[in-house]
Design a protein around this ligand. Structure first.
Ligand code: CA
Ligand code: CA
Ligand code: CA
Ligand code: CA
Length: 352
């Protein structure tokens, strides 16, 4: 009942009274999260699901390429009004005049495209784009592209876009929801500030729940805990969002299936595979032929965030060395090889 009564107390009781919660007897007066908010909010149990892998849906376990893709397809099937799933790109003549096919956008080794989601209001309306094979193109809606997992080993970087996707999928079009269960609706929106002051009611040890050293700052329990669902709906309706959670499908599969394994953070002394799996032995960069079709760990791969053609290698190659690894057995790999520059999609990641 505390959670239901608190809003009333906040409006009726003098501020000093709030500093002495019932039952506090130690030197750290204040509430525990579950005293103020719903159990779901206090323990960060997300409302989406319930079908599928619970641990992954609750972001307590990493997706892999396959489960990520399956979840994207499931969400698109549930919410066809504003989500449209795509396996990759159809191809055609790109903006630079090059003829591209859908295979050009597949990874070198595992041959996956990068799955992506088109997100906008009435996504099946608007114009059709025959290069992307997507609907929902509206001249008056700005495009926003969100890309995760340039670096194969940075698994969290595709979970963040997946969390974004789950949030939008669940809350889009819903009326105001009391997200934290305190009886108030939309009282603390997304601005990194504890607008209603409830975080400050926690005991001191709970005020920095994300452990970044800043109490009641961005990311802490009680900060931005009751955003506006209408804000999400408006945001989606006025933009075309292109969400690519896992750009580096090749590298990520290799990292978790071959290079490090599923428990990489516990036992991968090499710190993980970073690049994609571009075959550097058959590109003319090195004279050494690729005698097999396997990944050559001392040679292959391009560091995707160093391969953008904008300011490639600038200044003087400082953003990335010009050569891949040693390209012989057990030779050192160059983890930050930036790949060639020729203003084409020379690393097959779908981005130029
Ligand atoms: Ca609330
Ligand atoms: Ca809300
Ligand atoms: Ca904090
Ligand atoms: Ca708050």
């Amino acid at each position: 009942m505390t959670a239901m009564l608190l809003p009333l107390l906040l409006s009726l009781v003098a501020p000093t009274a709030l500093l002495a919660p019932v039952g506090a007897q130690d030197a750290d007066p204040g509430y525990a999260p579950e005293d103020i908010w719903s159990e779901e909010y206090a323990f960060q149990i997300f409302p989406w699901g319930p079908h599928g892998n619970f641990e992954q849906l609750q972001f307590r376990e990493y997706h892999d390429y396959f489960s990520m893709k399956q979840r994207m397809q499931t969400l698109a099937a549930y919410y066809p009004d504003f989500l449209q799933y795509h396996e990759g790109l159809l191809g055609g003549v790109n903006a630079r005049g090059d003829e591209m096919t859908s295979e050009d956008y597949e990874g070198w080794f595992y041959k996956h495209s990068s799955p992506w989601m088109k997100i906008t209001g009435n996504v099946q309306g608007g114009d059709y784009n025959d290069f992307n094979d997507d609907d929902g193109n509206y001249a008056d809606r700005p495009d926003v592209m969100l890309v995760g997992n340039h670096h194969a080993r940075e698994w969290m970087s595709y979970e963040v876009p997946m969390f974004f996707l789950e949030t939008i999928a669940y809350y889009y079009g819903k009326a105001g929801i009391d997200n934290d269960g305190d009886g108030l609706v939309d009282e603390d929106g997304w601005d990194g500030i504890d607008n209603d002051g409830d975080c400050l009611l926690l005991n001191a040890t709970n005020q920095d729940s994300n452990g970044d050293g800043t109490p009641c700052g961005p990311g802490d329990l009680g900060v931005d805990e009751d955003f506006s669902e209408q804000f999400i709906t408006d945001l989606v309706n006025t933009r075309e969002i292109y969400l690519i959670p896992m750009l580096n499908t090749d590298g990520n599969r290799y990292d978790r299936e071959e290079y490090c394994g599923e428990t990489a953070w516990e036992n991968c002394y090499r710190s993980g595979w970073r690049k994609n799996l571009r075959d550097n032995t058959v590109t003319g960069v090195t004279p050494i032929p690729d005698v097999d079709e396997e990944v050559d760990e001392g040679c292959d791969g391009v560091d995707l965030n160093r391969n953008y053609q904008f300011e490639w290698g600038a200044p003087l190659g400082a953003t990335g060395p010009l050569f891949p690894g040693m390209c012989y057995a057990d030779g050192a790999n160059n983890d930050v090889y930036n790949g060639p520059v020729n203003y084409e999609d020379n690393d097959d990641d779908g981005l130029v």
